[in-house]
Each structure stands twice: as structure tokens, then as C-alpha cells.
Design a protein around this ligand. Structure first.
Ligand SMILES: Nc1nc2c(ncn2[C@@H]2O[C@H](COP(=O)(O)OP(=O)(O)OP(=O)(O)O)[C@@H](O)[C@H]2O)c(=O)[nH]1
Length: 943
């Protein structure tokens, strides 16, 4: 199809090839020794390409990482010694630039070197990134990282979006303004605004002012919603269950966010391991996908030059069919159908069912039973022509089911797999890109950077130029990178025009279910038009020359176009696998490192502001803590002092009051009226009772006094509590009436004061009052008899003796009887008359004596003051516990804050370093140039 070639003025074909004879240009040096067939190698004999073998050996030998991983990035270091040893790098003396073979060998050599260098650089970057991620995981477990919250608008949160990940905008700037927003899938996030990394920055411009006003205060661990939009790899999709985004965000603890982030980091680490494995792996996988009936199977068959995959006019391929060289299956051609949910292991026959290739028609439509099938076939084409058996890289061709609503997610996910190196998108020339095709290409282009686009069924298009222009315009919008290299990456072909051999054991000739598509003559295209080609109409439009010649010419053109596609595809997969294989790793690394840098920026800023906050907290906390400690001591002392003072005062006042009362109890009659001598005993009992009652009452008043003092003490302690603990001091109400509830009025029972006869006659008192008595009774008795001496002031006894002396014993003897009688009568009368005076004294003396024996005063003073102590102890204990708790609380808070300060300082330092580290790795990754040709190639070795 020369007519359709590069109408858009794309870059010139680097290989300069334009016909089938130049297919596999890089690996097909000029025929040497007239071998007659194009070969990879010109040296040596036989059909095997020596050069290709060497190159293959070199690739096998060169593990890429191994020992050279950490050996720095120089080209010489990246070069495996085996390469120079194995490979016949032309000796400068032998090297002949005029020799095309030498040139190409050298070009390949340099290309390989270049590839390895890039591969090693990416490998190192992957290792360093994994290291950084693991450290981030550790940090995240100690200091839960802050994460920008995701606050998508309703329109953005389209539920049926096929790719939940955000677009990788920031690394695909080539999309630029070329992309028409109208074609963007609905779930695509807003364009990046990476600059906005500061915390507390105003949220997305997309947020309406009303929404902003009602927006809840952001959860501390979730910051800057706009940043979250910008994340691509470390994106935490918080949209779960029926909770709305904002509800969910605020229902998540920082620990949950950290756990989600940890999961995301782990996923990235695993993905990086897979990517590293992938770039170390020398095989390549080519996924062929496209709309239903676009001709994917026909295209695969054309590539294989064998009718292996069933073709049909109606949709047929429903499962992924991977075509591999049968050398990978011990040289046996067969199909391994893998049941749904099973993981394939070629060495374990329980993981698949074996079928003959002719059974494929049944297998590919049975997607309920099979998920994938592996088709091992022998590639009939030569090493320099074959895609599968190319001598350098093991290639697997995967025919995917047509894109439709149900399978688009599956295929999109399949395409995203890291082992898919190349996505070949087959689009029907007649239908152009459908909506599902656009979405798929747009997303896949983000992932793979470049796509290989096959516009199939070009034979059916009348205005080819217009169709090309329209399709290329679409490509430009969907994958600008691919468009930039459209001469290499976009091909307009007719797959059914390629002659194919019948499938082994399959329906012979005729094309089976092919519906007439394709020419099954392996020797070349059929002479007659297959009827599908409405180019016939062109004939009618005055094209000179015979129709048969014309058709023959057209068939040749179609084959030539296809062969050109093949060599481009070979180049793309083999020579430019730096792009197909390394670009996903580079793209992923760039995105991930970008995310890491953003996350580190946010967290460093947050850590700094948290550090400020923590320092402020500490500045407040430390003096509070010191003050609390001091308050603890002083309040403790204060309450102890209050207790001691109160108790001492209560004790002394009780003792003094009781002593005074008891001492003076006999001084009064307490209102008890003396009823006369005949009720003297009752009088004594009454007196005793009243006296005891008085003492009891005094005890009661002492208790009342103690209560009042206790209330004062409690209030003082409470005040101390309020002063030092504020509301933290428990306000327990004190009930003084509950004090002294125990029975203490057993005084009457304790005190056993018997009133006896002598108590009524207080002789001691009589003796003490002798003068008074002499002056009254005895004086009256003796005065008249003895005369004035008696009146002279001596005692009545002296008077009596004096009287005896004066009167003489004889006279006295006569007087003695009546005198004695008189004396007794007078004495008795006096004693009886003095009962009301002497009895209280006698009883009070007795009481006093007995109460002293009982230690009544002291024991009551002790009892009352002890109860006061007990009552005061409760608020004092409360105060002590409260103060202690307060100190402990502040101490704990201070310790926590100190710890937080240390962690935050560590975090701030760590995230600062992470910014530097990610920048450093990013720089290295950025310098991995997958775009430019190898220097040797650029220098013109590439033919
Ligand atoms: N005219 C024309 N017809 C083609 C071409 N390639 C394929 N076809 C026909 O298109 C129909 C569909 O081809 P398939 O290869 O089965 O398409 P597919 O994309 O694999 O289909 P599904 O796997 O079912 O999605 C068949 O009848 C083919 O013969 C072409 O280049 N030109």
C-alpha cells in the first residue's frame, strides 16, 4: 500500500526500508556467498544466523544487573565481559566501515550496550526506590504519614470508570493542549497542579464556594485535596461502600490512613519487583487488541503466516490466546487451555487441558470455561522474518477478545500488566476509533507510552487518503507519543491479503471459518481479488491498465505494506524494546517518584508545622508541670496543717470545756429543789442524774463545736482543691450531722456513783466550817455556861475544855448529859439543814473522782478529735489524689509531647531527606533516554 504511506509527513523510516526485501533490516545483512536467502548473519554457513545466535547469547549472558548492578553507570561498567568475549566486535584493524555487515553488527552491538546501560540504570533506580519505599513504610508505622484527602466532585466520581487510577498527566506532558478534553473518560481527574504542596492551601478550584463554606475542617492527617488529585501511583481510593467521600475521610483515623498508605506502598514495592524482573527478562509479550471484528485474529495469523487463530465475521474470540514458539513446549504444537480461576504452570498438567490446534475454534468462544489459552506453534518463517522465532527475544503474541462493554475492563487490565511490552491496537479502517477503543488507547498510552496501531481492512476503503488523515488525527489526540512516530507505529494494512498456510490439522484450504478472508497460499498472494476489495471501483474510475495486472499489483502493494508493518513491529519489539520494555519501568518510576516527592513535601511541611505546635505545647506544658509539682507539695502541706490545727484545737477545747464543767458541777443545784430531809435520797439521785446530764450536754456541745471546726477545715481543704485543681477537684458535699453518730451517752452506765448516808452529812464540811457552827449552835450551848472566853474567838472545843476547867468536873458532870443531848440535837439539826449545800459537793466530788478514774475528759477529747481527723481525711485524700493525678497527667502529657517532638523532628528530617533522595533518583531515571537512538545507530550505522 504505497499509496497510503506517510501522508502526514511523519519522521522518515529509520531503516529506510520500503519493501519486503528489506524486512528485518537490522538483522538481515546482505547475502554472503550467495546463500540465496536473507539471514541474520553473513558469517558462517548454514541457515542459522550466526549473528543472531551471538546476539541471543549475548542477551542471555548479560543478566544486566547481577554483579554490575551497583557498579556505577558508566558504559564500560554496564558492559558484561561476556559481550566482548562472545561477540566478534570488529577489531579496528579489521573493521571496514564500508562493509555493511560490520556496520550493522557494530550498530547492534552499540545498541545492545546502550540498552544494557539503560536497563542497569533503571534497575539501580528500582532498587533505590524500593529501599526508599521500605524506609517510608517504617516511618509511616512510627509517624503515620499525612495523606492528601481525595475530594472528587460528583462528576469525577463516575462509578463505572474502567480505570480507577488517575491519569498520569504529569509525566505525559506531550499530551499538552492537543488533547481534546471532550474525549477524556469521565473519571479522569483534574489536570495536575503539583505546585500546590503547601499545607492548608486552599482546595481545588473546582470546589464551589458554597461547598467550600460547608466543607468540614479537614482531618489532620488528610491535607490539600488538590494534591490527592495529582497522585497517580500512591493513590488511596477512599471511596468505599455507601459512605460519601467526605464522610469516609472523616470517619477514618490517622492509623487507618496510614494503613491504607502502607498497603499502597507495598503494592508499589511488589510492582517494582515485577518491573525489575520484567526488564531482566529477555522475552517480550505483544498484546493484540482492538474492537470486535476489527480483524485481530486475521492480523495475528498474517503475522504467523499460518491460519492458527479462528477468524469469523461474527465476534468469536472471547478469551486471551497467547501464541508462543513451540520450542518453549519441547517442540510440540498444541493448545493449553487454562480454566477460569486457574494459574498456569506448564510443568503442572493439572493447571490446564491439552488440545490440538484444530480445536481452537471451540476453545476461543468458551469464555465460561477457559480464561486463557497458550498456543504453541512452530513458526514456519525464517529467523530474520519471524516475529516469534527471531533469534533474539522470545516473543509471545496475545490475541485478545474484542473490546466491548463487558470485556473492556479485562483487556485494559490485561494491557496494564507489566509483562506486556507492546500493545498492538487493531482498528477497523472502516469504523475508525469507537468510544471504547478511544478509552482503551487513551489509558493504555498512559501506561505504555507508545502503542503500535494497525489500521486493518484498508482494502475496503475507497478514499484512503482521507481515512488516513482522519485516523491519524484521532491517534494524535489519543496518544501523542505514538503519533509522533506514526510512520513507525501506525500502519494501514489489509491483513486478509496476506497468504497464510493452513493450521496444522485444521481445515484444509478454503480458510475454514475465515469467511473467505485471507489467501492461504504460502507462496504468495492469490491472483484474484478476494471480493472484499472494493478497489474494483477504482478500476471503473478510469485506471489504465488491465484489471488483472492492476489487482496483482495491488495485492503486492498490500503484502509490501504488511511486510513493512512487520519490520516496524520487529524493530519496535526487538530493537526498540528499550521503549517497550524499559519505558513502563521508567514511566512507573517517574510517576511513583513524583508521588513520593509530593508526599514527602507535604509531610515535611506538616512535620515542621507540627513541630512548631509541639514546641508551643511544650512551652505551655513545662511551666504547668513544674507549677503542678509545687502545688502538690504546698497543697499537701496545707491540708495536713489544716487537719492538725483543727484536731488540736478540737482536742484542747473539748478537754478544757469538760474539765471546767466537771470541776464546777458541784457548785450549783442545777435547778433541783431540795424536797426536805425525808426525800433527801431522792434529791441525791436527782442531783446525780442532772449532773451527769450536764456533763453529757457539755460533751454534746463540744461535739457541736468540733462539727463547726470540721466544716471550716473541709472548706479550707476544698478551697485548696479549687485553687490547684479547679473543676478537677471533686465537689463532694460534707454532712457534719453524720459525725458523732455512734452512741456516746453511756455516761450514766459508766459512772456508778452510789449515794451513801455519809454523803448527806458533810463532816468535812462541818469541820471546815467550825467557826461558823461555833458561832451559831455550840456557842449558844456553851456560851451561857462558860462565859465570855468562848466568845473571845477560840474554837468551840477549846471553849468546851475551858469551860470544863472553869466549871470544874463536878459541875460539868451534872451538865454533861443534857449538854450532850443538846449537842447531838443541835449537830443533827445542823447536818440536816446543810444537806442541800453539802450533797451536791459530795456527789460532784464522787463524780469527779470516778470520771478521773475513767479518764473521761481525755477519752472524749480524743474521740471527738479523732472523728474530726477522720472527717477531714476524706477531702484531704481527695485533694492529694487529685494533685497527684494532675501531676502525673501533666507528666504523662509532657512525656508524650517530648516523644512526639522527637518523632516529629525525626519525621521532618526524614521527609526532608526523602525529597532529596527522590529528586536524585528521579534525575537518574530522567536521564535514561529511551527516545533517542543509540549513538552508533544515530551515527549512521542504522543504514
Ligand atoms: N476486507 C477485509 N476483511 C478483513 C480484513 N481482516 C479481517 N477481515 C475480516 O473481518 C472479519 C473478522 O475478522 P477476525 O480476525 O475474526 O476479527 P477479530 O477482531 O479477531 O474478531 P473478534 O476476535 O471476534 O473480536 C473476518 O471475516 C475477516 O475475514 C481485512 O484486512 N480486510
Amino acid at each position: 500500500m504505497s499509496s497510503g504511506k506517510k501522508p502526514h509527513g511523519g519522521p522518515p523510516d529509520a531503516s529506510g526500508e520500503g519493501s519486503s526485501s528489506r524486512s528485518g533490516d537490522y538483522f538481515s545483512p546482505p547475502r554472503v556467498g550467495g546463500s540465496g536467502r536473507p539471514g541474520m548473519v553473513t558469517v558462517g554457513s548454514g541457515s542459522t544466523s550466526e549473528n543472531a545466535r551471538r546476539l541471543a547469547a549475548m542477551l542471555d549472558d548479560d543478566s544486566g544487573y547481577g554483579g554490575s548492578m551497583m557498579d556505577g553507570g558508566s558504559m564500560a561498567e554496564g558492559w558484561h565481559p561476556g559481550l566482548t568475549a562472545d561477540r566478534p566486535t570488529p577489531d579496528p584493524s579489521e573493521y571496514n566501515p564500508a562493509n555493511d555487515t560490520d556496520r550493522k553488527v557494530l550498530a547492534s552491538h552499540i545498541h545492545q550496550l546502550y540498552y544494557n546501560q539503560n536497563k542497569n540504570a533503571l534497575g539501580r533506580a528500582i532498587n533505590e526506590t524500593v529501599d526508599a519505599l521500605k524506609k517510608l513504610q517504617e516511618m509511616n508505622s512510627v509517624w503515620p504519614a499525612h495523606y492528601p484527602s481525595v475530594q472528587r466532585t460528583e462528576a469525577q466520581a463516575t462509578p463505572d470508570r474502567s480505570d480507577p487510577r488517575p491519569g498520569l498527566h504529569h509525566t505525559h506532558s506531550t499530551m499538552g493542549g492537543n488533547f481534546d478534553g471532550a474525549h477524556a473518560p469521565t473519571g479522569r481527574p483534574m489536570p495536575p497542579q503539583r505546585a500546590g504542596t503547601s499545607i492548608g492551601e486552599s482546595s481545588s478550584a473546582a470546589e464551589s464556594s458554597s461547598a467550600a463554606s460547608t466543607r468540614p475542617v479537614p482531618e489532620p492527617r488528610l491535607v490539600t485535596p488538590q494534591l490527592a488529585q495529582d497522585f497517580s501511583i500512591l493513590k488511596i481510593d477512599l471511596k468505599m461502600g455507601s459512605l460519601r467521600q467526605t464522610e469516609l475521610v472523616h470517619s477514618l483515623e490517622k492509623g487507618s490512613i496510614a494503613a491504607l498508605l502502607d498497603g499502597q506502598i507495598q503494592k508499589s514495592v511488589n510492582h517494582l519487583f515485577a518491573l525489575r524482573e520484567r526488564i531482566d527478562d529477555t522475552s517480550s509479550k505483544v498484546l493484540v487488541t482492538g474492537d470486535l471484528n476489527a480483524g485481530k485474529s486475521t492480523f495475528c495469523n498474517a503475522l504467523l503466516r499460518r491460519k492458527v487463530l479462528p477468524e469469523d465475521q461474527q465476534p468469536c474470540t472471547s478469551i486471551f490466546c497467547e501464541v508462543l514458539d513451540c520450542r518453549e513446549n519441547a517442540g510440540v504444537e498444541e493448545v493449553h487451555a487454562i480454566p477460569v480461576g486457574q494459574k498456569y504452570n506448564r510443568d503442572d498438567e493439572r493447571t490446564y487441558s491439552v488440545f490440538a490446534i484444530r480445536d481452537l475454534e471451540k476453545i476461543v468462544i468458551d469464555d465460561e470455561r477457559w480464561s486463557t489459552c497458550k498456543i504453541y506453534i512452530k513458526d514456519i518463517r525464517s529467523v530474520d522474518e519471524s516475529l516469534l522465532n527471531n533469534g533474539v527475544v522470545d516473543i509471545a503474541l496475545i490475541d485478545a477478545p474484542g473490546l466491548n462493554k463487558d470485556s473492556v475492563i479485562t483487556t485494559a487490565n490485561f494491557a496494564k500488566q507489566e509483562e506486556i511490552d507492546v500493545v498492538v491496537f487493531v482498528v477497523s479502517a472502516a469504523n475508525h476509533f469507537t468510544e471504547s477503543a478511544k478509552e482503551f488507547v487513551f489509558n493504555a498510552a498512559r501506561e505504555k507510552a507508545y502503542m503500535f496501531i494497525v489500521v486493518n481492512g484498508f482494502d475496503a476503503i475507497r478514499d484512503k487518503k482521507r481515512a488516513q488523515e482522519m485516523i491519524l488525527k484521532q491517534v494524535q489526540k489519543l496518544s501523542p507519543a505514538t503519533f509522533k512516530e506514526s510512520s513507525e507505529l501506525v500502519h494501514f494494512v489489509s491483513s486478509n491479503a496476506i497468504p497464510v498456510a493452513p493450521a496444522p490439522g485444521g481445515p484444509s484450504g478454503g480458510g475454514g471459518s475465515s469467511g473467505g478472508s485471507g489467501n492461504e497460499n504460502p507462496d504468495g498472494p492469490g491472483d484474484e481479488d478476494d471480493g472484499n476489495d472494493d478497489e474494483d471501483s477504482n478500476v471503473k474510475h478510469g485506471d489504465p491498465g488491465s484489471p488483472v495486472d492492476k489487482n496483482k499489483g495491488k495485492e503486492k502493494e498490500k503484502i509490501a505494506d504488511f511486510e513493512e508493518l512487520e519490520s516496524s513491529l520487529r524493530r519496535f519489539v526487538l530493537e526498540k524494546r528499550a521503549r517497550s520494555k524499559l519505558a513502563p519501568a521508567k514511566t512507573y518510576l517517574m510517576n511513583l517518584l513524583g508521588d513520593l516527592a509530593s508526599l514527602a513535601n507535604v509531610n515535611r511541611d506538616v512535620a515542621h508545622s507540627e513541630l512548631d505546635r509541639v514546641n508551643n505545647d511544650l512551652a505551655e506544658l513545662v511551666p504547668k508541670f513544674e507549677q503542678a509539682k509545687r502545688a502538690n507539695d504546698s497543697a499537701d502541706k496545707g491540708s495536713d496543717q489544716t487537719i492538725e490545727d483543727t484536731v488540736t484545737e478540737v482536742y484542747s477545747s473539748t478537754r478544757d470545756t469538760l474539765n471546767t464543767t466537771i470541776r464546777n458541777i458541784g457548785e450549783q443545784d442545777h435547778g433541783v429543789i431540795y424536797p426536805g430531809v425525808f426525800s433527801a435520797y431522792q434529791y441525791a439521785e436527782d442531783l446525780k442524774y442532772v449532773m451527769l446530764q450536764t456533763i453529757s450536754d457539755t460533751v454534746g456541745s463540744c461535739e457541736e463545736h468540733a462539727r463547726q471546726r470540721t466544716v471550716q477545715g473541709v472548706n479550707m481543704i476544698k478551697n485548696l482543691g479549687l485553687l490547684h485543681l479547679g473543676n478537677g477537684f471533686p465537689d463532694v458535699s460534707f454532712r457534719p450531722e453524720n459525725m458523732f453518730k455512734r452512741r456516746k451517752d453511756a455516761l450514766a452506765r459508766q459512772v456508778d456513783v452510789e449515794v451513801d448516808f455519809a454523803d448527806f452529812f458533810d463532816f468535812t464540811s462541818l469541820w471546815e466550817r467550825q467557826e461558823k457552827v461555833a458561832g451559831t449552835s455550840m456557842a449558844l450551848t456553851v456560851a451561857g455556861v462558860v462565859g465570855g472566853r468562848l466568845v473571845g474567838g477560840v474554837g468551840w472545843l477549846d471553849g468546851t475544855l475551858g469551860a470544863i476547867k472553869i466549871m470544874g468536873v463536878g459541875n460539868l458532870r451534872r451538865l454533861i448529859i443534857p449538854g450532850a443531848v443538846l449537842t447531838v440535837l443541835l449537830g443533827a439539826t445542823y447536818a440536816i439543814s446543810s444537806i442541800p449545800h453539802s450533797l451536791p459537793r459530795r456527789i460532784s466530788n464522787k463524780l469527779h473522782a470516778q470520771l478521773s478514774t475513767l479518764d473521761y475528759t481525755h477519752s472524749n477529747a480524743t474521740r471527738i478529735s479523732s472523728e474530726v481527723r477522720r472527717a477531714l481525711k476524706y477531702p484531704a485524700d481527695n485533694l492529694r489524689v487529685g494533685l497527684k493525678r494532675n501531676v502525673e497527667k501533666l507528666q504523662g502529657k509532657k512525656e508524650d509531647t517530648d516523644k512526639l517532638k522527637y518523632e516529629t523532628q525525626t519525621a521532618a528530617k526524614y521527609f526532608g531527606n526523602l525529597i532529596g533522595k527522590t529528586g536524585e533518583i528521579r534525575g537518574k531515571v530522567m536521564r535514561v533516554d529511551l527516545e533517542g537512538p543509540a549513538p552508533g545507530v544515530a551515527a549512521g550505522f542504522d543504514g
